[in-house]
Design a protein around this ligand. Structure first.
Ligand code: SF4
Ligand code: SF4
Length: 292
């Protein structure tokens, strides 16, 4: 069972929820897919046992056989290639590695077979453990603009024998889609403020498009207004849990201590919340198996 934890708006407590849920359950793997700014490890404090480089591919042109026909430039939807012909069938092919999505179209369509793929490092993937918890995270290289390839490579480490919890990046664009795609349930963490609600509405549209069952956790639930509650009620969205604004939680957070390590009541709440989503997921999975 794979559960993703996402939030449209940054700073709503998404990582807090992912970490505390992971620490409340047995037999868990936690994947931090917020690769631009991973911070779950600061709370989990895993012993890192493996560190590997993550790569994407970019084209390399053999200009001794290139005719500067420009087909590669035309086919590239991301403007990652520029062919600049000059006189007497000479010219230059410029490659902009940070724009390349590694789609492979230019290699396939080059009539001269003048393009080959080469690897480019985009970050690292570290994995380790703490007690029985397996932990994996990706760290995107500084200055790297495309996180989805690294997120997809972190997800290749998913251990299907465990309950997998994915801490997704904030936002509603490609990185969050790469992180939550193909998960069995998505927990959306929000806060009851106008900005929180605005970004929640956008994220709900994304998870609905991806056809992922989801529910909401309202963090700092006793501040702001009740518009988030009204929105959830009017749109039949289950509120899975409410976490009040608490000086104790904030103090523990600032010290890098997950609240469930200090407060059994919160641990029980996270377990109850997990049980409330586990049974509908199991039912949905068996329905799918029956259809197949
Ligand atoms: S498609 Fe091939 S031959 Fe044509 S410009 Fe690109 S690399 Fe050169
Ligand atoms: S691999 Fe795809 S994105 Fe990259 S340069 Fe070639 S066509 Fe463009």
């Amino acid at each position: 069972m794979i559960i993703s934890v996402a939030s449209g708006k940054g700073g709503t407590g998404k990582t807090t929820v992912a970490v505390n849920l992971a620490l409340s359950l047995e037999n868990v793997q936690l994947l931090d897919c917020d690769v631009e700014e991973p911070n779950a490890h600061l709370f989990i404090k895993p012993e890192i046992k493996e560190k590997i480089s993550a790569f994407t591919t970019i084209p390399q042109v053999d200009e001794t056989i290139c005719t500067y026909c420009g087909k590669c430039q035309k086919v590239c939807a991301y403007n990652a290639l520029a062919v600049i012909p000059s006189s007497k069938k000479k010219g230059t092919v410029l490659i902009f590695p940070h724009l390349c999505h590694g789609c492979g179209a230019c290699y396939l369509l080059c009539p001269q077979k003048a393009i080959k793929e080469i690897k480019r490092e985009i970050g690292i993937i570290e994995s380790g453990t703490v007690a029985n918890l397996q932990f994996v995270h990706g760290i995107l290289n500084v200055g790297e603009v495309m996180s989805p390839p690294l997120i997809r490579q972190v997800k290749k480490h998913i251990n299907n024998t465990k309950t997998v919890i994915i801490d997704a990046p904030p936002g509603t664009s490609c990185p969050v889609i790469a992180a939550i795609k193909n998960t069995d349930f998505c927990i959306l963490v929000t806060e009851p403020t106008p900005f929180g609600l605005n970004d929640l509405i956008l994220t709900v549209e994304v998870v609905r498009k991806l056809n992922i069952p989801f529910g909401i956790i309202i963090n700092r639930s006793d501040i702001g207004d009740n518009k988030t509650e009204v929105y959830c009620r009017e749109n039949n969205i289950p509120i899975l849990m409410r976490i009040p604004f608490s000086e104790d939680i904030a103090r523990l957070y600032s010290q890098g201590i997950p609240v469930v390590n200090e407060n059994e009541e919160y641990k029980k709440e996270f377990i109850q919340m997990f049980e409330s989503i586990r049974h509908p997921i199991k039912r949905r999975m068996s329905d799918i198996m029956n259809i197949i």
